[in-house]
Design a protein around this ligand. Sequence first.
Ligand code: HEC
Length: 163
Amino acid sequence: MVRNYASRLVIAAALAGILAACSSETPAGSSAGAAPAVLKERHDNFEEIGDAFKAVRGELEKGAPDFTLIAAKAGDINTRAQLIESHFPAGTSVEDGFKTEALPAIWAKPEEFKAASQKLIDESAKLATIAGGGDAAAVGAQAKAMGGTCKGCHDQFRLDDKK
Ligand code: HEC
């Protein structure tokens, strides 16, 4: 039947178009289309975490640290750490062509990534509690412990471009 043949051709042509669209390679570094909004959200979230941690360290360098401020910053880090997991939907790694330092290991080892973010959640909560005690040495030690969780995750899951 002629009509059937024609519609099959149309379907075949449409499929070919879809396949071509799927297989078009996106070289790393080039744009893979509009970046999902979550990329900016997670970038901003980490920047805020970084700024809060800097503020904590800045206080600890002072003769009389503001422990209330340290506790507040630790609380901010704690709230933000709880968002980390939700900021990494599939298809947003550096290998997907986006401007990001998120390594594919995040999706290859989801349990480890979850555990790494949980460590920051736990250590920042501890920091907030210890800051309430006002003992500079104890707060300093806990700030260091919390900093170790940043490095622990970055070493495994963040692209190191500082070589
Ligand atoms: C569970 C893993 C994990 C933990 C814990 C973690 N980070 Fe990150 N961090 C990442 C990843 C992954 C990126 C790269 C994000 C991207 O480029 O999309 C990143 C990026 C950053 C950036 C750069 C911002 C950006 O997106 O370019 C800063 C600053 C940063 N982290 C600071 C910290 C600090 C400070 C801590 C600890 C207080 C911390 N991070 C804890 C995984 C983590």
